[in-house]
Design a protein around this ligand. Structure first.
Ligand code: ZN
Length: 156
C-alpha cells in the first residue's frame, strides 16, 4: 500500500491496490472520508480549527499539523495545535476564564480569535473535539455538556 496524497484522492487518481478511483476501502485505510462534498481526514476537527483561525487552506493546514507531530486522520491534541500555531509565528494563550460566551463577545468586538478544546466521557474513555470562535460565532461546536479550555490566538 502506497501512501496516497489528499490531492491525488481529490483528483480522482485510482488507488494502487485496486486501480479504482475514490476507492472506499483504500480511502478508509488512508483515514479519509467524504464530508460536505469534499474529501477530508477523519477526526479532522483540529485541521478545521487551524484553518479557521489562520485562513490557511485545508491541505496546508493539514501539512502544518503533520509537521507539528499530528498523525492525520487520528485526531489532534492541544499540544499539536499549539506547536502548529507557534510554527506559524503565532501564540496560544489559555483564557478559559473568559467562558465561551465571553470569547464569542470578545471575538465579535475586536476581531480576536479563539480555540476551544473540549472533552467528555464516551464509553470507557473520553472523546475530544476542537473548534474555533471567530467574529462572534463558534464554528462546529459540540452540544453541551462537556468540559473545555479556551485559548486565544495572537500574533498571526
Ligand atoms: Zn483500493
Amino acid at each position: 500500500m502506497t501512501e496516497a496524497t489528499l490531492e491525488g484522492w481529490k483528483a480522482g487518481e485510482p488507488c494502487e491496490r485496486h486501480f479504482l478511483a475514490f476507492c472506499a476501502d483504500c480511502m478508509k485505510f488512508a483515514k479519509l472520508t467524504h464530508f460536505g462534498g469534499e474529501i477530508v481526514y477523519q477526526k479532522g476537527c483540529g485541521i478545521n480549527t487551524l484553518r479557521e483561525v489562520t485562513g490557511l487552506d485545508y491541505e496546508f493546514a493539514a501539512e502544518v499539523l503533520r509537521e507539528a507531530g499530528a498523525s492525520l486522520g487520528d485526531g489532534t491534541t492541544t499540544l499539536e495545535l499549539r506547536t502548529a500555531i507557534e510554527s506559524l509565528g503565532g501564540i496560544l494563550t489559555e483564557v478559559t476564564g473568559l467562558g465561551e460566551r465571553g470569547a464569542e463577545i470578545a471575538s465579535w468586538q475586536s476581531g480576536r480569535r479563539f480555540i476551544v478544546t473540549a472533552w467528555k466521557r464516551s464509553g470507557r474513555g473520553y472523546s475530544g473535539h476542537a473548534w474555533s470562535i471567530t467574529e462572534g460565532q463558534p464554528h462546529r461546536a459540540w452540544p453541551a455538556p462537556y468540559r473545555y479550555r479556551i485559548y486565544e490566538v495572537t500574533g498571526l
